[in-house]
Design a protein around this ligand. Structure first.
Ligand code: RFL
Ligand code: PHB
Length: 391
């Protein structure tokens, strides 16, 4: 087999890259080790920045997003018994976010790639990259018990944080930055209508909680829990008790309960691999960087990366110009570090840190009070939340 761009991973990064390349007449093959139904049903991100929505609209992927997505023009922050609304409309000249599940984007992308005759191979195994420093790189994999090889001009490693792409860059060439947080998030998908019109981030005396949503009848809630905690320690009753306790911290507000459809625990980490290119291999999305979910930036950064990468491949095929390929990491990393900083800021502001001193807790409160009283502070949060323009 032969293609121009071999793409590893059918998450938002790999699938969108394949779509953007196809629009420029560039061939690609996507290799995914999970099944189609697994990737289409994996519950993850939900917040699309306005730049993400604009890009998806521009490239013909917003048909369902337009009628199923929920536009939001603010978020609420609760701290002890006080509430503060960040008004995106007023603070960012009308920019907003749209709530639309990541798995819905993945469904839209797969459907479009299949309709356009794109090659997305699911349930492959043993994917490996043979020497990315050569001009033609080989991708090897197994499917249905048979070994295959694809000769590619370039490889895009879009295989998430635990994929193989980053690991095939020699240790001595890697420049990485890492921070782990001393807690995790327990997330639940609930069959109940949202209890508020907008997302609520709460720093309560007993820890962080987030009330989010997926549709007018499905909510998504998160609570801070201990690192390495087993989900079996969290009965539905215990989860509801924690959610009521942490979210109902302002007068006259009640959380609506419903059947818990799914639950899972996610550790919190900030990580950046600045080596986003090694020879003909380019890393994009979670393969190169992850953020704690508090700022809702992960998928948006993955989409920003592939918009740069598709432009760089396009310039190379159209005019053999290497400039954008050479500047790929630099262009992406400006957005990545902004997203890293914002996610760290939101995480630091809103969680209870084990062993934190009364001094640190006073600093959190001082920052919240600053948001409540300073338009400049709220504007900064708003502009980071709705996101900056990429490409
Ligand atoms: P993905 O989505 O992890 O896709 C990688 C794909 O590669 C496949 N793969 C392989 N395929 C072949 N061979 C191998 N060896 C492979 N190894 C892996 C995997 O099966 C998978 O299909 O990475 P991508 O495309 O870079 O996308 C990144 C986003 O998924 C991620 O950043 C977000 O989900 C993060 N995130 C959020 N981001 C937001 O922008 N807004 C949010 O509101 C938000 N909330 C969240 C989140 C992530 C969460 N979790 C579970 C980590 C909430 C949560 C709870
Ligand atoms: C979500 O709806 O899954 C969500 C929303 C906001 C976040 C993280 C996750 O910061």
């Amino acid at each position: 087999m032969k293609t121009q761009i071999g793409i590893i991973g059918a998450g938002p990064a790999g699938l969108l890259l394949s779509h953007l390349l196809a629009r420029q007449g560039i061939d690609s093959i996507v290799l995914e080790n999970q099944s189609r139904s697994y990737v289409e049903n994996r519950v993850r991100a939900g917040v699309l920045e306005h730049g993400t929505v604009n890009l998806l609209t521009k490239v013909g992927l917003a048909e369902r997003l337009r009628y199923k997505g929920l536009p939001h023009y603010g978020v609420e922050i609760r701290f002890n018994n006080k509430s503060h609304r960040i008004d995106f409309n007023e603070l960012t000249n009308g920019a907003g976010i749209v709530i639309y599940g990541q798995q819905e984007i993945v469904k839209d992308l797969i459907k479009t790639r299949v309709k356009d005759g794109g090659e997305v191979l699911f349930e492959v195994s043993d994917v490996s990259i043979c020497d990315p420093t050569r001009d033609t790189v080989k991708l090897k994999f197994r499917q249905k018990g048979k070994d295959h090889e694809i000769a590619c001009d370039f490889i895009a490693g879009c295989d998430g944080f635990h994929g193989i792409s980053r690991k095939c860059i020699p240790e001595e060439n890697l420049s990485t930055f890492n921070r782990e947080y001393p807690f995790a998030w327990l997330g639940v998908l609930v069959d109940a209508p949202p209890s508020a019109k907008e997302l609520i981030y709460a720093n309560s005396p007993n820890g962080f909680a987030l009330h989010s949503m997926r549709s007018p009848s499905i909510t998504r809630n998160y609570i801070q829990c201990n690192l390495n905690e087993s989900i079996t320690n969290w009965s539905d009753d215990r989860i509801w008790q924690a959610l009521h306790d942490r979210l109902e911290i302002v007068p006259d507000w009640e959380l609506i309960e419903g059947a818990i459809l799914e639950k899972g625990i996610t550790p919190m980490r900030s990580y950046v691999c600045e080596t986003m290119r090694y020879g003909q291999l380019f890393l994009a999305g979670d393969a190169a960087h992850i953020v704690p979910p508090t700022g809702a930036k992960g998928m948006n950064l993955a989409i920003s990366d592939v918009s740069y990468l598709s432009a760089a491949f396009t310039a190379w095929y159209q005019s053999k110009s290497e400039e954008l390929l050479n500047n790929y990491a630099k262009n992406c990393l400006r957005h990545v570090w902004r997203g890293e900083h914002f996610s760290w800021y939101m995480t630091s502001l809103l969680h209870k840190f084990p062993h934190s001193s009364p001094f640190q807790e006073k600093l959190q409160l001082a920052e919240f009070e600053y948001l409540c009283h300073s338009n400049a502070a709220s504007r900064s949060l708003a502009e980071n939340y709705v996101g900056f323009r990429f490409k």
